[in-house]
Ligand binder design. Structure first.
Ligand code: FES
Length: 177
């Protein structure tokens, strides 16, 4: 069966209730990468509720996206420890450098930037995650170097290339023990 809202809902036919709206939206987003207007209409029909209600719920939570994600996803931590260490400057630098649109995607569609709460790596603040890898102790200069390498390689920069900036939180905890 094909992935997508129709298939996900078909699997639960006769079992769906309105209380399941959020897990349903999460599952559809996981399958499709974002919530399309069509997906929200499908959910509304399945739950016999207005589309405006589905849209209202989806837009209330910042975990949901309404546009396809880019080739590279950058999560900028805006938790307290990172805020104190100037993470706002990193976020603003990315906005300028990548010409981010309101949906967080770069003008060329290659990058998606999202601001997130604590990534659980406060000891290396300020932190970003790039395609799932942690980069800490960042400055705008290190961020530029990381993006330059990404552009040059056409692939994700390797954390090893940034010894002071790429430490998984697990490693930090191990060292502190
Ligand atoms: S506040 Fe950024 S990792 Fe905790």
């Amino acid at each position: 069966m094909a992935a997508g809202a129709d298939a996900i809902i078909a699997e639960r036919e006769g079992e769906l209730t309105r209380e399941q709206m959020i897990p349903l939206l999460q599952e559809i987003q996981a399958a499709e990468g974002f919530l399309s207007a069509e997906a929200m209409i499908t959910v509304a029909d399945a739950l016999e509720t207005p589309v405006s209600r589905v849209y209202g719920v989806a837009t209330f939570y910042n975990q949901f996206r309404f546009a396809p994600v880019g080739e590279h996803v950058i999560e900028v931590c805006r938790g307290t420890a990172c805020h104190v260490k100037q993470s706002l400057a990193l976020a603003q630098h990315l906005e300028r450098r990548l010409h981010l649109r309101d949906d967080g995607n770069s003008a060329d569609g290659r990058y998606t930037v999202v601001r997130v709460a604590c990534l659980g790596a406060c000891s290396i603040a300020p932190v970003i995650k790039l395609d799932g890898a942690f980069y800490g102790h960042l400055t705008t200069e290190k961020l530029d170097a990381l993006l330059d390498e990404l552009e040059a390689d056409g692939d994700a920069a390797k954390p090893d290339a940034f010894p002071s900036a790429a430490r998984a939180p697990e490693e930090q905890r191990d060292e502190a023990a």
